[in-house]
Design a binder for this molecule. Structure first.
Ligand code: AHR
Length: 331
């Protein structure tokens, strides 16, 4: 047998490992087309997706991202719009189970009430991936959660608001959909920071269901009740803030000046509102989750490791940069 020096063998081993690592970094996802060792490819993957509805610009951006990514990787997507009803989402998941899809993506409208249907999916051997919103279920009932840290978004909004108010003032709050993860967490995160500002008071708080129409209606009520006492508005999403802006103008006050406004999402219309001087800051919540969702779905069905939470990267935007940034916004 030919003699191979030990250092040479070691060098070759390291080289193989390094080249292997580089390969998996470079390979773009859509190349997963060949069926190797019985593993699924994108082309023979069937994905059921239960979306909440179309309550906000954020949501329509999220739906577009899911559909576009499905098309670009070539999976079969069975998409179901629940029209804001949990019962429709539960029905859709049961239909996906009957259809024997490979994996189910779901954005749960509310946090509670999912345990039985997720258990049914588990019993059928179909993994659940939570997208955008968490559900209050044991960890073994879902593969992973892809989405934002909503508590941190609430904290960010509070820090910005406290600074804009110089540490004192009366705030009204437009809460998101009752019992939804973003509404619960943005409520908690905001208060966690505001407890350090004893001269800041949250004088009214009500759900606007993440919609413009409700944002306008609830803000009208706040104005009728508290009028000039209101120094600031914290809205759980930009759409409800935009509805509230209409109410504030109808009432004869100047949004962004007479009433400071901080909201969440960073949709294109929020940038326009900042350019128009009607919104003081928006905290980003990223809806462009489609590419990550299919990448993760592929890994999950093929038994690859995925972490239990894949967090989104998000920023904060202010009026000063709004005009420059608006043309680059994708939702
Ligand atoms: O779950 C994300 C939230 O849902 C967004 O902030 C809101 O706009 C949407 O409807």
């Amino acid at each position: 047998m030919k003699y191979v020096p030990k250092t040479y063998s070691l060098f070759m081993l390291i080289l193989v490992i390094v080249l292997w690592g580089c390969k998996s970094d470079i390979d773009p996802e859509p190349q997963n087309t060949e069926q190797i060792d019985g593993k699924k490819t994108y082309q023979n993957l069937v994905v059921g997706y239960s979306q909440i509805g179309a309550e906000s610009e954020w949501r329509t951006g999220n739906t577009a991202s899911i559909k576009k990514a499905a098309e670009s990787v070539g999976v079969e997507l069975i998409f179901s719009d629940a029209q804001q009803k949990q019962e429709n989402q539960i029905k859709a998941i049961r239909t996906f189970i009957a259809q024997q899809v490979d994996v189910i993506g779901v954005s749960p409208i509310v946090e509670t009430g999912w345990e039985s249907v997720f258990q049914e999916a588990k019993d059928a051997g179909i993994p659940i991936i939570l997208v955008d919103r968490r559900a209050d279920v044991p960890e073994d009932l879902y593969a992973t959660y892809i989405g934002s840290d909503f508590v941190e978004e609430g904290r960010k909004a509070a820090r910005v608001m406290a600074e804009l108010l110089d540490g004192k003032g009366n705030i009204v709050e437009l809460v998101g959909t009752v019992d939804s993860a973003p509404a619960n967490d943005r409520y908690v995160g905001f208060r966690e920071i505001m407890q350090n500002y004893p001269e800041v008071k949250i004088i009214a708080s009500e759900s606007a269901d993440f919609t413009r129409a409700k944002g306008e209606e609830v803000m009208q009520g706040f104005l009728e009740q508290h009028g000039d006492q209101i120094d600031a508005l914290y809205a759980h999403n930009d759409d409800s803030a935009i509805g509230a802006i209409r109410a504030i103008e109808e009432y004869g006050l100047k949004p962004g000046q007479d009433i400071i406004i901080v909201s969440i999402d960073a949709i294109r219309d929020a940038f326009q509102a900042m350019i128009d001087g009607k919104l003081n800051a928006t905290i980003e919540c990223n809806p462009l989750l489609g590419p990550t969702f299919f990448d993760v779905a592929f890994k999950v069905v093929n038994g690859e490791y995925v972490p239990k939470w894949i967090p989104s990267q998000e920023s904060i935007y202010f009026p000063d940069d709004a005009a420059e940034i608006l043309p680059t916004r994708k939702y």
